[in-house]
Write a protein that binds this ligand. Structure first.
Ligand SMILES: Cc1cc2nc3c(=O)[nH]c(=O)nc-3n(C[C@H](O)[C@H](O)[C@H](O)COP(=O)(O)OP(=O)(O)OC[C@H]3O[C@@H](n4cnc5c(N)ncnc54)[C@H](O)[C@@H]3O)c2cc1C
Length: 466
């Protein structure tokens, strides 16, 4: 008799840690994800600002799991889940697959939310993937390059104004890093502009930066940012974003127009659309952030064989953080092992909060672990140690440590390469529309896309059974 099959969607914290926790289980696992890597999202901002390379925070999932023989890793984007017939359909570079399961763990995470203004994304990319971080890197360094070229003072100021929307950990870290980059790293590299004069603005609708850290740490973080030279503007909602800048409306009713070429969106999250897809087929509900309301054991109501975990699950108001994804992944793995062994786990999922931290500047961070609060250098050391330990892979730890030593000792950054493709690809692909269907052997010239689409329609696109 064949062993039960567990299909895991996603190679992020939830997906990877549930797969690892099933290492000794008497099951076959198929882990299907739309990227070939496991991404350590908390350090994406360091890729965007030239400190780390993508490989350091995104090791290949296949390599991480190569010794775990009960796992098959597949690259594909899941496009459909059929809860009734226990199948998922997935597509990658023109290859369509239909994968059946006995147990399904859905850990597809969350994307950026523009609160109903998706058109802002064209001008203010979010930061959720390696693609996003490399595009932002190209926009940040590119703005300085074009500022060096122009002789128009107003245009130069616009190019040297960087706006980060959202003062949560990602926004705070990003604003701090852009400021340190312009203040120290590139200060002597230009002849016609003075990068130290670049404006970095951090905007949020709330009255505090880092609200979940509490009043004291929020105040300290704001103080550190301002000392660094970041302009912190609170209580303001972004009402419009275009190529040249953005408009903010403050709580007192005043409006401000900020001219800025480079905008970063770090303001909101929206769960993967797979959550709604499951909800539409079951009695499950989704919350305002698109997360699926799961049972206390992370399963979908009426479907004890389907689990939704991490950033996609709505349970007890748990935050969208890595530890929730890791612990829920490990918990559902334990549930599946129990069922396979005939020893069901009946205790609900219980989250253990290990604390939170955000780095603001070189040698400056805030840390909150229960009632313990730390700021400044001690907090920064704690941040450094924890991130080194939690990075996946020995190689990544060694090279990250080398890059950090360079960045923290000399202010230099080793990863300043940007390419034209990184800058323009996202929008270029968007302009090509649905007709653009890349394959591993390339794709056709856009002028012949129509013929290509006709050819695809004639091709047999029935999914292969896996
Ligand atoms: C910039 C940034 C900074 C952060 N900083 C911190 C921090 O300092 N501390 C902290 O605790 N948390 C932080 N977080 C949050 C943390 O990274 C997330 O909570 C965590 O990654 C959630 O894990 P997950 O497995 O649910 O989703 P993810 O890690 O997002 O993984 C989702 C996976 O699903 C795959 N996927 C998505 N859709 C599909 C599909 N249709 N088909 C196939 N595969 C799919 C993706 O490729 C990915 O592999 C940060 C997040 C970001 C974006």
């Amino acid at each position: 008799m064949s062993r039960p099959r567990v299909v895991i969607i996603g190679s992020g914290f939830g997906g990877l840690f549930s797969a690892k926790a099933l290492a000794d289980a008497d099951v076959d696992i198929i882990l299907v994800a739309k990227t070939t890597h496991h991404l350590f999202q908390p350090l994406l901002y360091q890729v965007a600002t030239g400190i780390l390379s993508p490989g350091e925070i995104a090791p290949p999932t296949r390599e991480i799991l190569k010794d775990q023989k009960n796992v098959t890793v597949l690259l594909s984007e899941v496009t459909a889940i059929d809860v009734e017939n226990k199948k998922v359909e997935a597509e990658a570079l023109g290859t369509v697959s239909s994968i059946s399961y006995d147990y399904l763990i859905v850990a597809a995470g969350a994307g950026q939310s523009y609160f109903g203004n998706d058109h802002f994304a064209v001008f203010a990319p979010g930061m959720k993937s390696i693609d996003d971080a490399l595009e932002l890197r190209a926009r940040i360094f590119g703005s300085l390059e074009v500022a060096e070229l122009t002789s128009d003072q107003e245009e130069r100021e616009r190019l040297m104004t960087f706006v980060v929307v959202g003062a949560g950990p990602t926004g705070v870290e990003m604003a701090g890093q852009i400021r340190e980059l312009t203040l120290h790293t590139v200060k002597d590299d230009y002849r016609r502009i003075d990068p130290r004069k670049a404006r970095v603005i951090l905007l949020d609708g709330a009255d505090r930066v880092l609200p979940p850290f509490g009043e004291h740490l929020s105040g300290k973080a704001k103080q550190t940012l301002e000392k660094l030279g970041v302009e912190v503007k609170l209580g303001g909602l972004v009402t419009d974003v275009d190529a040249n800048g953005l408009t903010v409306k403050y709580k007192d009713g005043t409006e401000e127009r900020i001219e800025a070429a480079c905008k970063v969106w770090a303001a909101g999250v929206q769960a993967s659309p797979l959550a709604k897809m499951i909800a539409d087929q079951t009695e499950a509900q989704i919350d305002r952030a698109g997360r699926l309301e799961v049972q206390p054991d992370c399963s979908v109501p009426g479907h004890p064989e389907v689990f939704v975990i991490g950033d996609m699950m709505s349970l007890d108001k748990l935050p969208g953080v890595a530890q929730v994804a890791i612990q829920s992944g490990q918990y559902v793995a334990k549930k599946i092992v129990g069922e396979v062994k005939g020893q069901p786990v009946v205790t609900p999922f219980k989250y253990f909060d290990k604390g939170s931290m955000a780095v603001i500047s070189k040698f400056g961070a805030v840390v909150k672990i229960g009632r313990i609060e730390m700021t400044g250098f001690v907090a920064w050391l704690a941040w450094l140690g924890l991130h080194l330990v939690t990075l996946t892979g020995f190689k990544a730890r060694i090279t990250t440590l080398a890059h950090w030593t360079i960045a923290f000792v000399s202010n230099a950054r080793s990863e300043r390469v940007t390419t034209r493709q990184q800058l323009v690809s996202r929008l270029a692909v968007k302009q090509l529309g649905d007709a653009y269907q890349p394959t591993i052997t390339g794709t056709l010239d856009p002028t012949v896309l129509d013929e290509r689409v006709d050819a695809r329609n004639r091709r047999d696109t029935r999914p292969q059974e896996i």
